[in-house]
Design a protein around this ligand. Structure first.
Ligand code: KG4
Ligand code: ZN
Length: 331
């Protein structure tokens, strides 16, 4: 069984072929980052227009190996939310029209479940219960994924998402958008102990990154003209503070729930230090599954993984569905 999966919720136009054993036959991601970079962030109108321009060729590339669509697909999956309304609409409309034309069923999935269930591409035997740390441009959530239809939010950020903090700090340091990968790369050459930054720890597994961001802002202001080494040291110091904060709350959540399985998900989970430190801190306590870096940032293979999980439980969607830009829960 094979699905064509689509993802258009933010600034990545993506399509993938995913089998029901979670193997990925193709995964094409057309990033719009360069187009949004000059504005310092995603411009919703521009993003929707670019999805519209690119989706046909992205799908054509993803299915190229099949030599034609009819007879080779068992369904179409698409992210229906959360995300930017105009962007989601491009993917959902395209998926429903294509499926109608080919006489195929459609399944709409939650983009955030996609991030979490990308871990099943890494390890198809992964089953709940597990604790997941979901870290992206819009989310910083600690969840207790008890069953596919029962997900408890243990804690979340009270202000900025951690990916947003990476992007904003990168901007202060004069690094290009998206800032997360740029900081991660530069931090490798910096001294993470040069600048002491706060590690905000809140009760109830909550997070707050605005204080850390402001601390970097004041430092940058006080330091004046920055040398290349100072920029690298600031990047490294910020990365360490953010990652240590995430890992401390993750450890607390694992202890609280008694979990022996942990998943890291979302764009920030491609961060090299987070991947390393989470594994180190949980060694002997929990088995940690982290999708490959290209499956952590937005992609369509993760939508296919979430779709097969949903189809196994409740089948395809019986009726056409609408986009759900504000979708909050993970089920
Ligand atoms: O999951 P994602 O691709 O899109 C959303 O659904 O938001 O996450 C994007 C976020 C951006 O804030 C980006 O800067 C951050 O993930 N990011 C990283 C890294 N790669 C992407 N943050 C830290 N280190 C990275 N290597
Ligand atoms: Zn995402």
């Amino acid at each position: 069984m094979r699905l064509l999966a689509l993802e258009t919720s933010c600034d990545e136009t993506a399509a993938a072929l995913v089998r029901d054993d979670f193997s990925v036959e193709s995964s094409v991601v057309a990033s719009q980052a360069a187009a949004h970079a000059e504005f310092g962030g995603v411009v919703p109108e521009l993003a929707a227009r670019m999805h519209l321009e690119r989706i046909s060729s992205v799908v054509a590339e993803a299915v190229a190996s099949l030599g034609g669509l009819s007879g080779e697909l068992d369904g179409v999956a698409v992210a229906k939310g959360p995300g930017l309304v105009g962007c989601l609409a491009v993917g959902v409309t395209y998926a429903q029209s294509l499926a109608a034309g080919l006489g195929l069923p459609v399944v709409g999935v939650n983009h955030m479940s996609g991030h979490v269930l990308a871990a099943r591409i890494e390890d198809p035997s992964l089953e709940p219960p597990f604790v997941a740390l979901v870290v992206s441009g819009g989310h910083t959530d600690l969840i207790h994924y008890q069953a596919h239809d029962r997900v408890i939010l243990l804690g979340a950020t009270r202000d900025d998402a951690v990916g947003e903090a990476f992007d904003k700090v990168a901007r202060m340091l004069g690094l290009p958008y998206p800032g997360g990968p740029a900081i991660d790369r530069l931090a490798e050459t910096g001294d993470a102990l040069r600048y002491r930054l706060p590690r905000p720890l809140l009760p109830d597994f909550a997070f707050s990154f605005s204080g850390l961001k402001t601390a970097v802002l004041y430092l940058v202001r006080d330091l004046g003209e920055l040398s290349q080494q100072q920029v690298a040291d600031l990047a490294a110091s910020f990365r360490l503070a953010a990652v240590e904060t995430l890992c401390t709350q993750l450890e607390a959540a694992v202890e609280h729930t008694g979990s022996t399985r942990v998943v890291l998900a979302g764009g920030v989970a491609s961060n090299q230090l987070l991947r390393q430190l989470a594994r180190e801190r949980l060694e002997g306590i929990a088995e940690v599954t982290i999708p490959a870096p290209e499956l952590c940032t937005d992609n369509a293979a993760m939508i296919g993984a979430a779709a097969w999980t949903k189809v196994a439980r409740s089948g395809f969607d019986p009726e056409p569905f609408e986009v759900e830009p504000g979708l909050r829960a993970y089920v």
